[in-house]
Design a protein around this ligand. Structure first.
Ligand SMILES: Nc1ncnc2c1ncn2[C@@H]1O[C@H](COP(=O)(O)OP(=O)(O)OP(=O)(O)O)[C@@H](O)[C@H]1O
Ligand SMILES: [Mg+2]
Length: 348
């Protein structure tokens, strides 16, 4: 008899790793930002601060949320390299589950998972990703999860699995799924309730980081240099004036900064809407997922105005894919869904 290993669904994006798993009958989700640099950190002065020093082969890495030497994770090779292995193991440790043998359900950008010409699975890429995550890695003074099996799924489209099942669509319904992430825009057209994926699209130039970069520039100009994480938080909480005042030192610059952010959000929305229309002119439904979903929603509702309510912003859009993959690969019928939690990374 084989005992099945504990399963984690891991949407290992370039900027944030989203992990969902089931504890008793609760579906839990965390979001763990990627930020690693070479070499190790010295032991933390404060005892409540945990240091994560990793070794892969002969290379040493550490988790460093605020380092300006943080390694780039925003290229396609990321999917098959050390940083991906680090990002996934680090995120698993943030779940609070005691390290054990695990089966992972992970993701590949849709254009890596399918061949663009014929929408057939790209088995070579899928195997490359599996092998990458089964590699040896160690944590100094700590235990890691042992990866015993890896299942690879495409990004974007599976994020709407349960939404489609509940939506009474017929076998001819064409649904456009738009995943606006930190650095990439992924799209796919699903036919029926997942009978077929009929077209895929990937663009590495369009993502929320356009807005993050603009926010950081505007903040720096107002003597308020901010890390990537703080800039992202400001974008999310731009209507929360108490928070805005906390981040911006020069209060006279608040309006300028917020206007710059708002303009970039519009620019992002316009670019995504333009690409979406070019890719799928007349789908029957449009679903928005990924961290940037709420930012681009107004532009997409306008671009597909005739669809009205059928342009849908998925709840908790950033972690939707991880949640759906977890539900899809579990045997539970009834699950209580716990709210997602973003792992806190403090400035030091
Ligand atoms: N509610 C929100 N409002 C605005 N921005 C948000 C919100 N939630 C998340 N984000 C931003 O979305 C970005 C991350 O999105 P996501 O986790 O989908 O990217 P990713 O999967 O790492 O990237 P990619 O898919 O491009 O590889 C971050 O910049 C984050 O700050
Ligand atoms: Mg993503």
């Amino acid at each position: 008899m084989t005992v099945s290993a504990f399963t984690f669904a891991v949407d290992d994006g370039s900027t944030n790793v989203k992990v969902s798993w089931i504890e008793s009958t609760q579906l839990k989700t965390i979001i763990s930002p990627n930020s690693f640099r070479k070499d190790w950190k010295s032991a933390a002065l404060r005892r409540d601060k945990k240091v994560f020093n990793y070794t892969i082969g002969t290379t040493k890495y550490t988790y460093d949320a605020t380092s300006d030497k943080a390694l780039e994770t925003t290229h396609v090779d990321y999917q098959y390299d050390d940083l991906n292995l680090l990002g996934v193991h680090h995120a698993l440790l943030q779940t609070g589950v005691t390290p054990c043998p695990v089966r992972l359900v992970v993701t590949l950008p849709i254009t890596e998972f399918y061949n663009a010409e014929d929408c057939q699975r790209n088995e070579a890429n899928i195997e490359k990703k599996r092998q990458n995550l089964m590699r040896e890695i160690s944590l100094n003074k700590g235990d890691l999860f042992e990866v015993v099996d890896v299942v690879v799924m495409p990004e974007s489209v599976p994020a709407v699995l349960s939404t489609l099942m509940d939506s009474n669509c017929n076998e001819f319904t064409r649904s456009l799924v738009v995943d606006c992430g930190g650095t990439t825009l992924d799209m796919g057209v699903v036919v029926g309730e997942f009978d077929d994926v009929s077209a895929v699209y990937g663009n590495k130039e369009i993502g929320v980081s356009m807005v993050t970069d603009a926010a950081r520039k505007a903040l720096a100009a107002a003597d308020s240099d901010a890390s990537y994480l703080v800039a992202n938080e400001l974008i999310k909480r731009r209507y929360d004036m108490d928070f805005v005042r906390e981040v911006v030192n020069d209060e006279s610059q608040i309006d300028v900064i917020l206007t710059k952010i708002e303009n970039k959000i519009q620019e992002l929305g316009t670019s995504v809407a333009y690409e979406a229309k070019k890719f799928a002119k007349n789908p029957n439904r449009v679903y928005l997922v990924g961290g940037g979903a709420s930012l681009i929603a107004p532009a997409l509702k306008e671009a597909y105005a005739t669809l009205g309510e059928r342009v849908v912003l998925i709840n908790d859009a950033q972690s939707a894919l991880a949640r759906e993959l977890c539900m899809y690969h579990s045997d539970f019928d009834e699950l209580e869904v716990a709210p997602e939690s973003l792992i806190e990374v403090e400035d030091e």
